[in-house]
Design a binder for this molecule. Structure first.
Ligand SMILES: [Fe+2]
Length: 325
């Protein structure tokens, strides 16, 4: 599996960065105003926008479900947050919104728009992959440990079409990989009989660790299939959290996990890398391979949006928010 690459040159990075620095709206206070400002910028910067769209049009998403935008502009000032409540610290300390702007800008060009879940992370549209002490060892974006392979919001009614990750800080002394594997390669390694077994409602998944309003009442999501042959998003699975209800299906699930690791590709973020991962066509996870500087690892920072290709979603859900249930 190859990653499609679209690289900004110095002039493009500088000119777009300059314009994004001038954005007046605060996306955390008035997202609609911020979004409209970025929309205006897409129209104004016609040459750059058309150049990117032209490159996007040449991609074959089925074979290349991960797109890397290289050298995109990011903020000059990247504050360090406290680990007790990094999101509150961000709201207080982050004064420019270049990173948020580039995530919106590329989303508009890809026709895949950021959206938030009203009941998760206080409806934040820009999620920080950043250490929060209370979640440091959990399978969550706020942890500092490996996370099993999964699909973002893979068990929710509205599953993002893309998970877009922008690197702001990732100390190169540590080896932390964002890894992914193509679903089709995994499915090709299974027999028809195994796929039929995976399509039964015979599996269950532990609830995810999320900053939800209100408590979850069950430790597990409702029972579900792992393989959906009729859907665009054919697999629903979270490594280490999805299990078979009956032991005979567990061996197939274990084989699925082995196939993921056989076909996985590792990716090491550098600041200014924006990785757009198709959440319907490939599975991803975080592998913490080697930490030589723990203090630096604690300040690793990716900014992330969940994106949908379905514009009608936003007609029914004012303000780019949907219900998580
Ligand atoms: Fe994820």
């Amino acid at each position: 599996m190859s990653v499609a690459k679209i690289e900004f040159n110095h002039q493009q990075t500088a000119s777009l960065g300059f314009r994004l620095n001038l954005l007046k709206s605060n996306p955390y206070q008035d997202y609609d105003a911020f979004y409209h400002e970025v929309e205006g910028l897409v129209s104004e910067m016609t040459e750059l926008s058309e150049h990117i769209v032209q490159q996007l049009n040449e991609l074959h998403y089925l074979q290349q479900p991960v797109v890397l935008f290289k050298n995109v502009p990011i903020d000059d000032a990247l504050p360090i947050f406290d680990f007790h409540d990094p999101v509150a610290a961000k709201h207080k300390l982050k004064k420019t919104f270049v990173a948020e702007g580039i995530l919106c800008f590329i989303g508009i060009l890809m026709k895949s728009y950021p959206f938030g879940f009203a009941s998760i992370n206080d409806g934040d549209l820009f999620h920080d992959v950043y250490l929060k002490d209370a979640l440091r060892d959990s399978a969550s974006q706020k942890s500092m440990v490996s996370i099993g392979f999964h699909y973002d919001m893979g068990f929710f009614k509205v599953r993002p079409d893309f998970a877009n990750l922008l690197c702001l800080r990732n100390p190169s002394c540590n080896k932390v990989s964002t890894s992914f594997a193509l679903d089709q390669a995994i499915l090709d390694g299974l027999t028809e009989q195994e796929k039929a077994r995976l399509s039964r409602t015979a599996f269950r998944t532990k609830t995810e660790v999320l900053a939800l309003k209100g408590e979850r009442t069950s430790a597990y999501m409702p029972a579900h299939p792992v393989y959906y042959p009729q859907r665009a998003a054919k697999l629903s699975f979270f490594e280490g959290r999805t299990e078979a209800i009956e032991p005979e299906e567990q061996a197939i699930l274990d084989k699925l996990a082995e196939l993921i690791h056989l076909h996985k590709q590792r990716f090491y973020f550098e600041p200014g890398d924006l990785l757009c991962i198709n959440n319907n066509l490939c599975i991803h996870g975080r592998e913490v391979i080697e930490i030589t500087d723990l203090e630096a690892h604690k300040t690793r920072w990716l900014l992330k949006t969940y994106n949908s290709n379905d514009e009608t979603l936003f007609e029914d859900n004012k303000g780019h928010f949907v219900s998580a249930e």
